[in-house]
Design a binder for this molecule. Structure first.
Ligand code: TAP
Length: 491
């Protein structure tokens, strides 16, 4: 198979002719060759998006919405193909791609399709004789750079609100997981999104991604990925003072108090870290246990972790697939060494599975590490794999100190039956999202994003529409008052 860039409504080769294979992380065999965009291709994509902007932005909002609703229907009609492509390219277990990634993607386009003609400006009560109102205008051409962990869903989180608000798009998927973005481009054309409104340019982050962040023709850049790359994007965006939206890393505290329902907490905490092989910015990667229940909890949690079925992502029985690339697998495994060097205890995993059928893939066993201190590297750095660091605490004050003791502030969770404690922690946690007696819930209506080194701006909900629009304030002199500043006799 061979895939091209999508620019100006056409699938085209990169001007350089360059391609790169995308690999199946189950066995590292090539799935397809994909064209790699360079700077000249990004220039073409920006020019196409600029040409498409006037018509798309002035189209009746309800008509833009109707197109997005049709796209949601087409995603559902092509659900199985999208689920298989996503699993093949990323390693997501097919049961998750079917039950979560594809339905959530359709739901996101449907939500913002419905939102398109409901997001509005305001009238402001100002001094007598004047009408003041605001217009929410699209920003222009937006650049969007997404990572490899949830390519299908994350492109919808970025493209749906941007399109509903009337922007046009240059999107760069991660070079290792471009396949579902290119399939969505095809469905967008079928849904009636005019040519040039969405342009997809797979390519290297250091080339195509960096140039999107620098490009003078792009008015805003929205990025999901590592904090280090996010900072590079902020620097690159300074040339034309782009709006920047960043959804970066996390080291989510998942706190289990002594009064929690342990069955629910064990199950939810396993989901918090092991879903998608732990490759999630909101993963509950710091499991914090009250000392009174720590031993019992850890025993049950370890038994559950060891029972998770690893296997080919295309097998419907698989509960955990491979990590998305060999490079990343090696990075995750290197943290077992980091843990050992700092006196941590590896309770489970910390290695690749030994089963012969998994030997060529990017697999890592569910890994549980007891850290000596919450200041250790394994309790501070984002590992981004099936790797959970266990910490204990003795009371609420210590729990809060540990939970807020990182530079990140994205997802967080707590398990307790004490209502006041639950809301007190919801207030005091340094985080963009808090789940109480649950973990990792998302919905297109609920704002998603972080604080501190986890970035700024919010995806989804009304907040996403605010991110993809700018406010214009309009003043009207309705009583035709003559300004009093230079009183002179009337002519
Ligand atoms: P990043 O470098 O942040 O990659 C994310 C996206 O940014 C990819 O599309 C990448 O392109 C692109 N990119 C890379 N350099 C860029 C630049 N200078 N300008 C613009 N775009 C650029 O992440 P990674 O290296 O793949 O993973 C490293 C670590 O980042 C992970 O271990 C994890 O801790 C974190 N991470 C976090 C998230 C989330 S959801 N917050 C997602 C992925 C990774 P290419 O990949 O095509 O080069």
């Amino acid at each position: 198979m061979r895939h091209q860039l999508f620019i100006g409504g056409q699938f085209v080769d990169a001007l350089s002719g360059e391609t790169q294979p995308t690999l199946n992380p189950h066995d590292n065999t090539p799935i397809a060759d994909v064209a790699m965009a360079g700077r000249a291709d990004v220039d073409l994509a920006v020019a196409a998006a600029q040409r498409a902007f006037p018509k798309w932005s002035r189209m009746a909002a309800a008509d833009r919405g109707r197109i997005l609703l049709k796209l949601a229907d087409l995603i559902e009609a092509n659900a199985e193909e999208l689920a298989r492509l996503e699993s093949l390219d990323t390693g997501h277990p097919i049961k998750d791609s079917r039950a979560l990634d594809v339905p959530r993607t359709a739901a996101c386009y449907r939500y913002f399709g419905g939102m398109a003609d409901k997001f509005q400006g305001e009238t402001i009560p100002v001094e007598a004789g004047f009408l003041n109102y605001t217009l929410r205008e699209p920003v222009g051409v937006v650049g969007q750079v997404v990572p490899w962990n949830f390519p299908l869903m994350f492109t919808s989180w970025k493209m749906a609100p941007a399109l509903a608000a009337g922007n046009t798009i240059v999107m760069k998927p991660a070079e290792i997981t471009p396949l579902t973005s290119l399939k969505i481009a095809e469905l967008m054309a079928e849904a009636g999104i005019p040519e040039g409104v969405v342009n997809i340019v797979p390519g290297l982050g250091s080339v195509a991604g960096q140039y999107i962040a620098e490009h003078p023709g792009i008015a805003k850049v929205a990025f999901t990925g590592s904090t280090a790359t996010g900072k590079r994007i902020v620097q690159a965006s300074a040339g034309n003072l782009k709006k920047v939206q960043l959804e970066l890393g996390g080291k989510g505290p998942n706190i289990v108090f002594e009064d929690a329902n342990l069955t629910a907490a064990v199950n939810g905490s396993a989901w918090a870290i092991f879903h998608n092989q732990g490759q999630a910015c909101i993963a509950g990667s710091r499991l914090m246990l009250h000392s009174a229940i720590a031993d019992e909890f850890l025993e049950r949690f370890t038994t559950l972790a060891r029972s998770i079925r690893l296997g080919n992502p295309l097998d419907a029985a698989t509960e955990m697939g491979p990590l998305t690339s060999a490079l990343h697998r090696d990075r995750v495994l290197s943290y077992a060494q980091v843990a050992a060097e700092q006196g941590g205890e590896i309770v489970a995993g910390g290695r690749a599975p030994v089963a012969a059928e998994l030997a060529r893939g990017c697999y890592v066993e569910p890994t549980i590490v007891k850290a000596r201190s919450w200041r250790d590297r394994v309790a501070q750095e984002e590992v981004f794999g099936p790797f959970v660091t266990v910490l204990t605490f003795k009371d609420d004050a210590e729990a809060l100190e540990i939970a807020n003791g990182t530079d990140y502030g994205l997802g967080s969770g707590l398990w307790t039956s004490n209502l006041q404690r639950a809301h007190r922690f919801a207030r005091d946690l340094h985080a963009g999202m808090v789940w109480i007696n649950s973990y990792k819930r998302v919905n297109p209506g609920s704002p998603f994003g972080g604080v501190g080194q986890s970035g700024y701006g919010r995806e989804m909900g009304f907040d996403a529409m605010r991110e993809y629009t700018q406010v214009k304030s309009v003043w009207v002199n309705v009583d035709a008052q003559i300004p009093p500043w230079y009183p002179r006799p009337a002519a």
